[in-house]
Design a protein around this ligand. Sequence first.
Ligand SMILES: C[S@@+](CC[C@H](N)C(=O)[O-])C[C@H]1O[C@@H](n2cnc3c(N)ncnc32)[C@H](O)[C@@H]1O
Length: 333
Amino acid sequence: MERASFDWEILEKLRMRFLKPESISGVYWESKQDLLQYHISFGKRIGWKWRAVWEELGRLGWKPESKILVDWGCGSGVAILSFLEAFGSEAVEKIFLWDHSTLACEFAKECIREIDDQVSVDIKSLEEIGDRLPETLCLASHVLNELSHNERQALGTSFRQAKQVVWVEPGNFESSRLLIAQRELLLKNMSVIAPCVCQDGCPMLKEQNSRHWCHFFARSPQEAFTEGEWARFASLLEIDLRSLPYSYLAMNRSDLEKLESPENVSRVIGKPRQYKGFAKILSCDRRGLNDFELQKRDDKALWKSIKKGKDGSLYEWQKLGEGRIKQGTPSAD
Ligand SMILES: C[S@@+](CC[C@H](N)C(=O)[O-])C[C@H]1O[C@@H](n2cnc3c(N)ncnc32)[C@H](O)[C@@H]1O
């Protein structure tokens, strides 16, 4: 891949497009330059989210169960490239790329070739993959809000035939909700590995939880703060690089070995909200979704861990009172 500097005109054009997905109709990549600019900026930022997801899945003991990968709606290939970065070329034998933009598929293929010129890469739709779909590990990223309802249904219905699915979407309300709908579709013959700690219906779908959404925050690497172009990217395009919100979903087909979370584990959603002397923590587990309060004086170590946000998002609440966490610890991996 040629080394490129940010082209502000192209980046602003792309930004406007992504801010208004309703304005998108059909294929929008106009040139290889568009894809290159996406790849080194927005795409790179998405890659940082994928990195966080692979790390979390690793902590949970998740492993790829197939060397045949699909990247659907691949764009510049960020999802598959992040997989290669996390697991290495030896984890992949065959890659199927799909995007309704041929330009995007070709660009992604070129990026993969730069890392591994041996691996087999084919551009194929899910229909064309056909009988091989049940052998695959399917990836998708930042695509749901560009699809119609029927396209989303068709995608979920195909994906649930795969061995494994890992899906990353923006951490906003709409995308998270669209991903939750995919979870419900996939649950028919898959089980959830993460972020959910159980296989029940998503509690976010209950009326009383309709204002919440399932999201997490990844960390930006040092370069986002030290390299000059990123500072301009952040200010010109009004993108906060300190905050990388994302939603994700990892599922294995039900016939694979189960990877159950321990009974007593809870997932902390989003960022705990800090107030003077206490924090509000949105906690999801077998009890459903609960907005608990944690008083600093009840458990100082837990308060510190939650505030620093360095211990991941899985916790065990050892003592719960009426709407309150009285004692807890980060969950041991
Ligand atoms: C925001 S980009 C994300 C690209 C890449 N997955 C990533 O995470 O960087 C969305 C991609 O979905 C593709 N796309 C949108 N609608 C599609 C459809 N109906 N079929 C296939 N690809 C589609 C677009 O062409 C675009 O490349």
